[in-house]
Ligand binder design. Structure first.
Ligand code: GLU
Length: 441
């Protein structure tokens, strides 16, 4: 059974860059008939909030993802404490008493000597008396994991065979001096406890994977398969960031973008799968293989989002648009079919619908006054259908000799007040004779 997890830190609303692993995990779960766990990485009590966590659930649901299970790390401390005790007992987790200042000085000294700034493991040789003396001083230890210092190899489903050499790393701090857990241990413990089979996440976690595999092995857990995807950047090539207030998923929703358009942009940018309208997330899940994810960069293009969003709307069936249409007081399939072609974002319909419902400001050039007056006089009698437009304009052409733009544009400007817009042959039917007479001079 495939089991994946998406593990956001609830320290703000999620952005497009976060949506990428959220959805790539979903696609993988769907494709393999697996389970999807939403894991809130909320051990950082200073920065995590319940409000952010709730917002993430809302955003994920809006994107179309329904997790099979939600877990919060803040409610699972007992598991981490167990793992902590196990690692202490096996000698892999050790207390260290250096202050931030002392560590800074050590790193500066190493640099002066031309050595890499790796932690010197001084804490490993502290005697019990020295530890007791620190404690008596009121110092609380932080806890480091003792790395094996060997090359850790794993076969990444996206990036291929990887080697992370833990010999070039400092023993990572797993527990802060205040007893709180940093990301690494809870993540690993949960991956083991929840029987995660595949860890799909951003490539900024590749180097963490070495440490994590060592900890999993030290805890006797099964090592999952890893897949690290390229990170999405904004149009300027910068990473999205919650702190910098990069456009969040909820911003896109508020601006009226389609969730499917956001999902497609978040996942297919930087892959060899074309960015085009797909009917559903499942349709993408069926096609997207990890081999299609580029090893290079993935740069988000806002213009491409607009054009994709527009294409999704242009073919959207009436039934799908109906709830939003009726909330705007717009009903009828004909109006939707007429106007959808003009939309970039759904809310644009409020403006476009005025072309049908009015009021509009007819635009009438001086030199067209006479032509339009004739047009008014020649407006066919009802009943009208889709052929009425052609009957009317053919007759006008015969009477005036006007053709092409000179024939059609003054009619459009008078009937809609705009240079472009919906097809006039359909608009005419929706407007009816009375409204047309009103708009013509
Ligand atoms: N909370 C971590 C992050 O947002 C999760 C990383 C992981 O998937 O292991 O980066």
């Amino acid at each position: 059974m495939t089991v994946v997890r998406w593990a956001p830190s609830p320290t703000g609303r999620i952005h497009l860059g976060n949506a990428r692993p959220a959805l790539l995990n979903w696609f993988f779960a769907r494709r393999n008939g697996g389970r999807y766990i939403l894991r809130m990485d909320d051990t950082d009590l200073a920065r995590s909030t319940r409000e952010s966590a709730d917002g993430i659930e809302v955003d994920l649901a809006w994107l179309g993802v329904t997790p099979d299970l939600l877990v919060r790390q803040s409610e699972r401390t007992a598991l981490y404490d167990n793992a902590r005790d196990q690692l202490i007992a096996s000698g892999r987790l050790y207390p260290a008493y250096e202050t931030e200042d002392e560590l800074d000085r050590k790193r500066a000294r190493a640099r002066l000597l031309g050595k890499p700034p790796i932690y010197d493991r001084a804490a490993l040789s502290l005697t019990d008396e020295q530890k007791a003396a620190y404690e008596a001083e009121g110092r609380k230890p932080h806890w480091r994991f003792k790395l094996d210092g060997r090359p850790v190899q794993f076969n990444d489903l996206i990036k291929g065979p990887q080697t992370v050499n833990t010999a070039s790393m400092s023993d990572p701090v797993l527990i802060r001096a205040d007893g709180s857990y940093l990301y690494t241990l809870p993540s690993v413990v949960d991956d083991i406890d929840l029987a995660i089979t595949h860890v799909i996440r951003g490539e900024d976690h590749v180097s963490n994977t070495g440490t994590q595999i060592e900890i999993i092995e030290a805890l006797g857990g099964a090592v999952p398969t890893f897949a690290h995807h390229n990170l999405l950047t904004d149009a300027a090539g910068q990473g999205f960031s919650k702190r910098l207030g990069s456009q969040s998923i909820s911003d896109f929703r508020d601006e009226g973008y389609e969730p499917l358009a956001i999902a497609i942009m978040a996942t297919l940018t930087g892959t060899s799968m074309p960015i085009e309208p797909y009917p559903s997330l499942d349709a993408i899940a069926e096609k997207l293989d990890f081999s299609m994810i580029s090893h290079g960069s993935a740069r988000f293009d806002p213009a491409e989002l607009d054009s994709l969003n527009a294409r999704l709307l242009h073919t959207m069936p009436y039934e799908e648009a109906f709830p939003r249409l009726s909330s705007l007081g717009l009903e009828g399939e004909a109006i939707w079919t007429l106007l959808r072609e003009n939309l970039v974002r759904f809310p644009d319909i409020a403006e476009w619908s005025k072309v049908v419902t009015g009021p509009i400001e007819p635009v009438i050039a001086n030199e067209d006054q006479e032509f339009l007056a004739l047009a008014k006089a020649m407006l066919p009698l009802e009943p009208w259908d889709e052929t009425t437009w052609s009957t009317w304009t053919t007759a006008l052409k015969g009477a005036t000799g006007r053709k092409g733009k000179a024939l059609f544009l003054p009619l459009r400007l008078a009937l809609t007040g705009r240079h472009d817009g919906p097809e006039l042959k359909s608009l005419l039917v929706l407007l009816g004779r009375t409204a047309c007479l009103d708009r013509l001079p």
